[in-house]
Design a protein around this ligand. Sequence first.
Ligand code: PLP
Length: 421
Amino acid sequence: MMNYARFLTAVSAARKPSPIRILTELQQRSPPSLISLAAGAPNPDTFPFQSAIIKLKNGPPLSFDEVAMKRALQYSASNGIPELLTWMKNLQKNLHDPPTAAYGPEKGQMDMCVTTGSQEGLCKVFEMLVSPGDVVLLDSPTYPGTLATLQPLGCKMVNVPSDQHGMIPAALKEVLSRWEPSDSGRPKVLYTIPNGGNPTGASMTVQRKKDVYQLASMYDMLIIEDDPYYFLQFDKPWAPTFLSMDVDGRVIRTDSFSKILSSGLRIGFVTGPKPLVERLVLHIQASTMHTSTFAQLLVSQLLHSWGQDGFLQHIDGVIDFYRNQRDAMISSAHKWLAGLAKWQTPSAGMFLWMELIGVRDSRQLIMEKALEKEVLLVPGGVFMIDSSEPCPYVRAAYSLSTPEQIEEAFKRLASLITEAL
Ligand code: PLP
């Protein structure tokens, strides 16, 4: 059985439930005849907003009558509004069938909470688990938001080599061989982006996930599965997730609606063992209190009106869009960048990761010369644990530009590289 206390930072272990929250729950279980002068919530009758109708591109509009509006404008539970959580738990069970769904609470039963984007979840997960001096394993290049969260925590970030299929289990084994499985200084946490990795576009195979999971078991590490591009996998069936293999209760998964419903609404989810999700919710209680009730109700209404099938149908449309965009970018790359750059075609997500041939450091090229040519890409160095080292890679996003713009951008990039050589 997992000893979750072992993984917590002193700060996280010291968190206590808010006494007001406990009173609120007491109140919710009492008969309506109870007169409570306990709640500190403002009176929504004083708020200026009355009602709202939100039109959808397809389907009947979502409506917030006065009652719904009052609720949307009010404080709500720190772990998320119940109907959104219930809908999402059902989705997780249907998509991933996590073994932990059937476990008892202490054994790491699957639990979930809503977060303000998956970034909030990731940040709070790391702050819950990572103390100064701890070793964190991750594949570099990786998402800069993760590096930004980890860097000030004073941990040691250790790179596990990866390729177009993500983290390499043999390389992980090699890295882990620096420690005994019982060594107190061994890594506690392994972080990876399993699908359509940012920035590499790489996706892990099932076999790799199984092998990585086994090593995590052997060394008793937690796996943080940051999967915002899960729903942008171009080929079906979608790959089984770490969550789906989690017999031990050692996987914390972050999901995001940013790439499929809205990035600005800030709706994400953490799924993981109950004892850890509870700690995280205590942190939310003490910081944001909860994700915007309005944003949650809006998304929840949409999901309930769509049902799971409607949701997955919407996703299919999003996938078709990004697959076309990817195809356009790859064909422009073949046309303009053959011999000048190397790349692997991504099977998920929205990024193409390219090595510029003969360029020692893309930063200089992009920062100094690219604007002159009116083309912008992200220099690869920003995705590295050590961003000071020269890096020949760049990241190109195919999410926002039209195929014509992508074509023109690669034409400009080609002339930029040619001139630099
Ligand atoms: N994780 C990865 C790998 C990402 O690429 C992003 C966004 O780009 C995030 C997490 C954060 O997404 P959000 O907070 O919008 O859910």
